[in-house]
Design a protein around this ligand. Structure first.
Ligand SMILES: NC(=O)c1ccc[n+]([C@@H]2O[C@H](COP(=O)([O-])OP(=O)(O)OC[C@H]3O[C@@H](n4cnc5c(N)ncnc54)[C@H](O)[C@@H]3O)[C@@H](O)[C@H]2O)c1
Length: 448
């Protein structure tokens, strides 16, 4: 294959063109990073809505600099947008794949990755590079994606094209900064040539440099382990918080003390774990292990523990109501936060959906507040969703805090003036300032 020592100038002179498949949180950020580095990019996404939002400068609202970068690039013709994945592969040399791998009935579904790989394979040329950035079970790049690329293109990975796995590690809300400045890029290749090409390439956008992995599977596992670590530690926090609630210990104070010791990194308990990453990656490991006899008990238990949290928090709220002799049937509950965590407008696999479902089962009426999410297709039609806090808490018997949006830390009793008295609150994130609620009955996760 060609020498890649002059890769930078080929990219800057638009002799090597990028295509990015999937322009969501990850792909949108990667496309923007390459545009900012001076590259020419073809953005590929099946969502016509997203493509038109990019054109009107309203996409990626919670990610700094991305919309602005796209607007500038569309004006100077360094960015083009399409839904035609086959045409894009014919017109590009470096193909980046950042489409999601979904969960269906707790099983990993590679359908989208497979269909994108088929599209790319149909226009794959000698000397091209394919980088997979989606999070995938170890072995998927080599055993699932590579055979598709080789079959349809009649080319051989490593001999005819570079094949690289480069997991993305962004934190939503500061994705571009993470890619460009905060973390080293993880790179792995099918062979030595692919690895070296990937390293030369990723050095161009990652100021923290590149961390090599000696196999594609190691890099795939690395990414999943980051998520498993978080999930298991959140489950531990949830378990310790439960212990604290039963014994009168204040988890938050104990955690602060424990974490002042450098080997302790206790996480925060909460209403549950959502998003497309942390609840999904353990499933990838569990599924891979099931082929070996299903022996990963801790990861499986942590998943169950975290999945139970929305229900546990609802039960605690119902107990609070019972203390005041209030029956749940017919009362209104104001649920604050639909985002799967604070400050994100992403509600995928958000624990709030389960919270709402559990309250509905008890016959409650529900209103949901979120400052960033104005529309949602997954909430039942009887649920009122609004970013107007007053309308959500109006005549509510209980306020339930589900996501830790920063805005909630500034609330006080007056913010809930329209709620019924006595003011009953369940804080599932310990985000409220207790001093602001002296006249309310406030139950906080992790303390009693
Ligand atoms: N969001 C994160 O913080 C994050 C961080 C690290 C890794 N990841 C991983 O990156 C991958 C992508 O995640 P994301 O958050 O960007 O997902 P996303 O849902 O935000 O974006 C995916 C995009 O792919 C598009 N798409 C779906 N099918 C397509 C197809 N056939 N052709 C072209 N486009 C298609 C969708 O329309 C969507 O815009 C996942 O594997 C995820 O686990 C995500």
């Amino acid at each position: 294959m060609s020498d890649h020592k002059n890769l930078r100038s080929l990219i800057l002179n638009h002799k090597k063109i990028f295509s990015v498949y999937g322009l969501g949180n990850v792909g949108g950020s990667l496309a923007a990073a390459w545009l900012r580095a001076g590259a020419k990019v073809i953005g590929v996404d099946i969502s016509k809505k997203l493509l038109s939002e990019i054109k009107s400068g309203t996409s990626h609202k919670k990610e700094p600099f991305i919309s602005e970068t796209f607007a500038k690039a569309l004006k100077n013709n360094t960015l083009s947008l399409t839904s035609n994945g086959v045409a894009a592969t014919q017109q590009s040399d470096i193909k980046i794949v950042s489409v999601p791998v979904s969960l269906k009935n707790n099983k990993i579904n590679l359908k989208i990755l497979i269909s994108v790989s088929e599209n790319i394979a149909k226009g794959l040329k000698k000397d091209d590079a394919v980088l997979i950035s989606s999070s995938i079970p170890p072995g998927t790049a080599e055993k699932v994606v590579l055979p598709i690329l080789e079959k349809y293109s009649k080319l051989k990975g490593e001999r005819d094209f570079y094949f690289i796995y480069n997991p993305e590690r962004i934190y939503e809300g500061r994705a571009l900064e993470d890619i460009e400045f905060n973390y080293p890029a993880i790179v792995s290749g099918l062979g030595k040539k692919s690895l070296e090409f990937g390293e030369e390439l990723l050095k161009l956008i990652s100021k923290k440099g590149v961390l090599r992995m000696s196999s594609l599977a190691n890099a795939e596992a690395e990414k999943l382990f980051e998520g498993v670590y978080r999930d298991v530690n959140i489950a531990l926090a949830n378990e310790l918080a439960d212990f604290c609630e039963k014994t009168g210990v204040n988890y938050w104070e104990a955690k602060k003390g424990a974490n002042s010791q450098p080997f302790c990194h206790l996480h925060n308990p909460g209403t549950g774990v959502g998003g497309l990453c942390i609840p999904v990656y353990p499933r990838m490991i569990i599924e891979a292990s099931s082929k070996l006899g299903k022996y990963l008990k801790m990861i499986e238990f942590a998943r169950k523990r975290n999945d139970f949290m929305p229900k546990k928090c609802v039960n605690d709220s119902l107990n609070l109501l019972a203390k005041y002799k209030i029956k749940p049937k017919g009362i209104k509950i104001a649920v604050l936060g639909l985002g799967f965590r604070g400050e994100v407008s992403d509600s995928r696999l958000s624990p709030t959906y389960t919270v709402v479902k559990e309250f509905l089962k008890k016959g409650c009426k529900i209103a949901v507040h979120d400052p960033f999410i104005l529309e949602d297709d997954l909430l039942p039609s009887t649920v009122h969703l609004s970013s107007d806090l007053n309308s959500v808490v109006d005549k509510a018997t209980l306020v339930f805090i589900s996501s830790d949006h920063k805005l909630y830390s500034k609330l006080d009793s007056k913010s809930f003036a329209k709620a019924r008295k006595p003011l009953l609150i369940f804080d599932g994130r310990n985000i409220l300032n207790r001093n602001n609620f002296k006249n309310a009955f406030l139950l906080t996760i992790g303390m009693r």
